[in-house]
Design a protein around this ligand. Structure first.
Ligand SMILES: C[C@](O)(CO)[C@H](O)COP(=O)(O)OP(=O)(O)OC[C@H]1O[C@@H](n2ccc(N)nc2=O)[C@H](O)[C@@H]1O
Ligand SMILES: Nc1ncnc2c1ncn2[C@@H]1O[C@H](COP(=O)(O)OP(=O)(O)OP(=O)(O)O)[C@@H](O)[C@H]1O
Length: 283
């Protein structure tokens, strides 16, 4: 795709988990999931400048994250190490997505860095190999590299692609940062939901097994969910929280519910994407 170059502004879209079941646990403690990932049109944005000195610099440090720990920097260095590439880059990251929001913001940033620098450095790593590389950075990174809405299994790295109908979502952003590891580590988490066949899933099937634990630990998640359920009974949490969302029949209906939010509640309308905006790169 020739239109992507060093002058481009690269999107890193958010995801929603349209359902999320915990169906088991691996020996290393990671959980076996079944989930449907849907990309939405709310994004972080990245720009890159080339560097001849081979170093990776983040020009816009993320508040609360040391630059060396930032998933963007770690992704760029991982690609360098994997390919032996001697080129560097300065990364500019414009954050829109909340951290610890269950929208996969940091994971999406990392995936877009892998896709963008693989293209800009011309390192030619095939997408399937990039997905595996991404898994070393986090369980949510591979799906953003994969680029298709899908039913995911394993720890979230085995995909069955899905064509999802258009949908408008109202997403509420409780003012808390939910630590994913603490939710998965809770003794109260149910880990034995029976697995389903990907072909049997339809929109509306399944809930989020992490929701009860997150609501108990973070009352703001519970109160936002309770408010949203008055307008849309199918509302649920995405990922390990904190954000909660519901699908509406139209963007107008979602916007009307959004306009009725109580003072101080943060929420916004987003549309489901048919695929990741970088889905065709490196395919
Ligand atoms: C909840 C989801 O957002 C659903 O899409 C993801 O499963 C979380 O993916 P992520 O944020 O990329 O998570 P990671 O950074 O890989 O893992 C954070 C922590 O969550 C726990 N974790 C994560 C994923 C998984 N399938 N099982 C787990 O038990 C592990 O304790 C891990 O140390
Ligand atoms: N570029 C980045 N953007 C956001 N978080 C980052 C970044 N780099 C590192 N992090 C760390 O990753 C943590 C998780 O961030 P992220 O926004 O991916 O959470 P999340 O939306 O809950 O993701 P998930 O849905 O994957 O659980 C943050 O609390 C932060 O410490």
């Amino acid at each position: 795709m020739n239109e992507w170059n060093w002058h481009s502004r690269w999107p890193a879209p958010a995801k929603l988990n349209l359902f999320l079941h915990v169906v088991g646990r691996r020996a290393d403690g990671y959980h076996l999931l079944q989930t449907v990932f849907r990309f939405i049109d709310r994004c972080d944005w990245l720009r890159f400048s080339p560097r001849a000195d081979g170093s990776i610099e983040l020009a816009t440090p993320t508040p609360g994250v040391a630059p060396d720990d930032d998933l963007t920097v770690r992704a760029a260095r991982l690609l360098q190490a994997h390919t032996g590439c001697r080129q560097g880059a300065t990364i500019h990251l414009e954050k829109t997505l909340p951290m610890g929001g269950g929208l996969g913001g940091g994971s999406s940033d990392a995936a877009s860095v892998l896709l963008a620098l693989n293209h800009l450095w011309q390192t030619g790593v095939p997408r399937g190999e990039l997905e595996k590389l991404g898994l070393a950075l986090g369980a949510d990174v591979p799906v953003f590299v994969h680029g298709r809405n899908c039913f995911a299994e394993g720890v979230g790295e085995t995909f069955t692609d899905l064509d999802l109908p258009p949908a408008a979502y109202l997403i509420l952003q409780p003012p808390v940062l939910v630590p994913t590891a603490a939710i998965f580590g809770s003794p109260d988490l149910r880990r034995d939901t029976p697995a389903m066949r990907p072909a049997d899933w339809r929109p509306g099937i399944g809930g989020n097994d992490l929701e009860a634990v997150a609501c108990a630990a973070f009352p703001a998640v519970a109160s936002h969910l309770a408010w949203l359920r008055q307008h849309a009974p199918d509302a649920m949490m995405t990922g390990s929280g904190a954000c909660v969302f519901a699908a509406f029949g139209s963007e107008d209906a979602a916007a009307t519910a959004c306009a009725g939010m109580p003072e101080g509640m943060i929420g916004w309308v987003a549309n489901g994407l048919t695929q990741h905006p970088l889905a065709e790169i490196a395919r």
